[in-house]
Design a binder for this molecule. Structure first.
Ligand code: SF4
Length: 246
């Protein structure tokens, strides 16, 4: 008889294989410039991609060098990035991150992370003010091809519903659990991230998951429960439960 962890590892790999088949295996791609990715990821929190892009472009037009962004009067930087939600929170984070990098490295570049071990690069990034696990993993996987797994809201929700992680497991804990179940290969982890992200956007959506279209249905704990499972990633109102979407 297999242990629960082995069962979950097997189930995780089976779900991964099904989504690989559905969406196709991609080569890793990301923004060419790691600094763009880093600052863009701060801007992207709780806003749309279009708003993030507008905020980034406006900021770089008004303050063409990173030193100018760091030294900009705070109200001016807040105004420049106002299309991204919470600009008054994001602007000081951006300035603090830039100040930290310039102070420590003497330059606005994080290309050196490529040559660090995954653990050392992760520690360096998460030591930056306001940079958490999600931002660090996105950057390390997309830009430096390190074998890490970004667990954003979609990856968290879908893996929790399917039952690859427990119903109360946080995104931070999910990171270590899922990583342990999957091959330590950057391309594989990139595809796992992308496919669960797309699946969460297109099929396993917040309130009306399209279970009747879903290739994971037969293995999905949430579906099998008729949408009655309480999950930390999805506070679902009764009227919107999975059963009503079938
Ligand atoms: Fe989500 Fe439904 Fe698919 Fe389960 S069966 S992963 S709840 S869409």
């Amino acid at each position: 008889m297999q242990s629960p962890a082995t069962d979950l590892a097997t189930k995780t790999r089976e779900a991964h294989a099904l989504l690989n088949q559905l969406y196709g295996v991609q080569e890793i791609y990301g923004r060419a410039d790691p600094m763009h990715e880093l600052i863009g990821t701060i801007l992207s929190h709780r806003t749309t991609h279009a708003n993030e892009v507008t905020a980034y472009r406006t900021m770089r037009e008004r303050f063409p060098t990173w030193e100018q962004v760091r030294d900009a009067p705070l109200p001016d930087l807040i105004d420049a990035i106002k299309t991204a939600n919470y600009p008054e929170v994001k602007a000081p984070y951006i300035q603090n991150v830039l100040a930290h990098i310039i102070r420590e490295r003497g330059d606005v570049s994080i290309d050196f992370l490529r040559d660090l071990s995954t653990e050392a690069a992760m520690k360096w990034l998460t030591d930056l003010p306001g940079i958490g696990l999600k931002t660090a993993t996105l950057l390390l996987l997309f830009n430096f091809r390190k074998p890490v797994l970004p667990v954003d809201t979609h990856v968290h929700r879908v893996t929790q519903r399917v039952g690859l992680i427990g119903p109360k497991v946080s995104a931070e804990k999910a990171y270590a659990m899922l990583l342990a179940y999957l091959p330590q290969d950057a391309k594989d982890l990139f595809n796992f991230h992308k496919h669960f992200y797309w699946h969460g956007q297109r099929i396993c959506t917040w309130y009306t998951p399209k279970c009747h279209e879903c290739v994971l249905r037969d293995m999905c704990d949430y579906y099998q429960s008729g949408g009655t499972m309480m999950l930390s990633s999805t506070p679902v109102p009764k009227s919107k439960r999975v059963g009503s979407a079938l």
